[in-house]
Design a binder for this molecule. Structure first.
Ligand SMILES: [Zn+2]
Length: 177
């Protein structure tokens, strides 16, 4: 099965220099192109079909999240949750990162399923939230509170978010660049 290389935004077609994130299947590559997550930058012909061999993300992933991609373990902390969520409230979309002082005042981490009801402190149950939204949601689920998550949480050792979509790293498909 042919694999497609996925590069971070900034890939230089002329020199082939770029930051390779992972490889993926042709099928998945077509999905990423359709969703506007990545653009094809190199093509080839396989069995009379034009297929991509290299994709470039349409939005740049921040360095913190691409280092050691595919084999990384990322330290879990509330700060790391904010980094993953780009210091953006998952409920209202406001930034909680204008200055360190604003962070201290406004940035909270919300348990989607409240900890009082057994929700754990994990990548999948925590999102960045502003103090106001966190307070409003209180000990309720988003559905009970009538609040909608603007983005889904994910485990950064298995996936990343680009252009609003979560892309999963294929398991055991890391290819040396
Ligand atoms: Zn908010």
């Amino acid at each position: 099965m042919s694999q497609v290389k996925v590069f971070n935004k900034g890939y230089d077609v002329a020199t082939g220099i770029g930051e390779m994130l992972h490889t993926t299947s042709i099928r998945h590559a077509f999905g990423m192109i359709r969703r506007g997550v990545a653009d094809p930058v190199e093509l080839t012909i396989i069995d009379d079909r034009i297929v991509p061999t290299v994709l470039e993300l349409t939005r740049e992933l921040s360095g913190a999240w691409v280092e050691g991609v595919g084999s990384r373990s990322i330290g879990f902390s509330y700060r790391a949750i904010h980094e993953r969520d780009h210091w953006t409230c998952a409920y209202c979309g406001r930034s909680v990162s204008k200055t360190p002082l604003v962070d201290a005042l406004l940035a909270t981490v919300d348990h989607i399923l409240p900890s009082s009801r057994g929700g754990e402190s994990s990548w999948m149950n925590l999102v960045s939230a502003c103090r106001e939204c966190n307070h409003r949601k209180a000990d309720r689920t988003p559905a009970e509170a009538g609040m909608q998550l603007r983005f889904e949480p994910f485990d950064p050792s298995r996936a990343y978010r680009v252009a609003g979509h979560i892309e999963f790293f294929p398991v055991l498909e890391k290819v040396a660049s």
